[in-house]
Design a protein around this ligand. Structure first.
Ligand SMILES: C[S@@+](CC[C@H](N)C(=O)[O-])C[C@H]1O[C@@H](n2cnc3c(N)ncnc32)[C@H](O)[C@@H]1O
Length: 353
């Protein structure tokens, strides 16, 4: 970690408003990053409130353990805060392991941080030609981008480029990559950049490069799979009335979030119980989604593509939804009137109301 600036939180006030923070509530920031959202949540919590901060990136974890450059104490020095070193696809397992059965709010600010894009040795940005091709958020696991590009088949390359970057020339680019690696191993962002630009055609080079680098990053970090797991676990972990707020930055992420919040599944299909009530674990907050205003966009270019969607946990039980998914017979599924555990059981499990 070389720079003082780490990340400027996006749509901060809107996220806090969306979570409707209760002073003694339990909250989860699934994407801790530089801790901007976490610090603002803690500022609204009272002494009984709790916040879990999850990140899979060692730099973010390190930062949470250090005071800020201006002397503000480390996040981890706040007894209401607990750091979880994990992929957020493991949220439920870690919370339950810590004795938490239900939470009041979950925030996810998806993708990479400014820190990732500004650090040369992380390899996320195509502007640093000498950067090693890494692109992992968690550098302790999985292949780096360079290792993957060296071993993936032409079909795997083409499929990831098409699915996650919507690259129409994905087959051509995959072939170019395979041909190039026969000549010399692909080790730097500059090499990848040069090969990529051969198939850019009429497309603006920076836009094309951004989509190719994004596709490789999403594939390597299993971003879509982790997001699906997180969304499903949110339905289980939020207490009735609890809130999920998700900031997404591209259409693939947003589609999953929108479909899950609005329909309770990733296909975007409507299902109803016998009485015509929607069978989904959350109800979308009215107003659909929020974007940053012109002021924020000019101060923080990253905010330009952000979309905030919010869901409120309703009383449809997850069991009913799982049964429905298994039986694929949504018309016969009963809906429980209350999913909320009794107050005594909630206290026992550390749920504050
Ligand atoms: C956009 S940044 C969050 C910035 C943060 N809200 C702030 O105010 O500084 C996203 C962070 O989430 C982490 N992240 C992304 N996907 C993750 C996942 N599946 N599991 C855990 N952490 C993840 C990244 O490592 C990164 O630090």
């Amino acid at each position: 970690m070389s720079k003082a600036f780490y990340h400027q939180p996006v749509l901060l006030e809107a996220c806090l408003e969306a979570l409707e923070i209760k002073v003694d509530g339990i909250y989860v920031d699934c994407t801790l990053g530089g801790g901007g959202h976490s610090r603002a949540i803690l500022a609204r919590l009272g002494p009984e409130g709790r916040l879990f901060g999850i990140d899979q990136d060692e730099d973010a974890l390190l930062r949470a353990n250090k005071p800020l450059e201006d002397g503000t104490p480390a996040l981890c020095s706040d007894s209401r805060f607990e750091l979880i070193d994990a992929n957020f696809s493991q949220m439920q397992r870690f919370l339950q392991w810590k004795g938490v059965q239900g939470v009041h709010g979950i925030l996810a600010d998806l993708g990479v941080s400014s820190h990732h894009l500004d650090e040369v040795d992380r390899g996320f940005a195509f502007r640093f030609v000498e950067a090693p091709l890494d692109m992992r958020m968690d550098r302790r696991s999985g292949p780096s981008a360079g290792e993957w590009l060296a071993t993936a088949t032409e079909e795997e390359l083409s499929s990831a480029l098409y699915r996650y970057g919507e690259i129409r020339q994905s087959k051509r680019l995959a072939r170019d990559l395979v041909m190039a690696r026969l000549e010399a191993p692909l080790e730097t962002a500059g090499q990848l950049r040069e090969i990529t630009l051969r198939s850019a055609g009429q497309e603006k080079p920076s836009r094309y490069l951004a989509r190719v680098f994004q596709a490789i990053r999403i594939h390597l970090n299993r971003e879509m799979e982790s997001l699906q797991e997180l969304l499903e676990q949110s339905g289980t972990m939020l207490i009735s009335g609890g809130r999920l707020a998700v900031l997404s930055y591209h259409s693939l992420e947003d589609r999953l979030v929108k479909n899950y919040i609005n329909h309770g599944n990733f296909e975007g299909k409507d299902h109803h119980d016998l009485y015509g009530n929607p069978l989904r674990p959350m109800d979308p907050v009215k107003g659909r989604w929020k974007q940053a205003d012109a002021n924020e966009n000019s101060e923080n270019p990253r905010a330009r593509s952000a979309k905030l969607r919010v869901g409120i946990r309703n009383q449809v039980s997850m069991e009913a939804l799982y049964q429905a998914a298994q039986q694929q017979d949504f018309w016969k599924v009963p809906v429980r009137l209350s999913h909320r555990p009794s107050d005594s059981s909630a206290k026992k499990h550390g749920v504050h109301r």
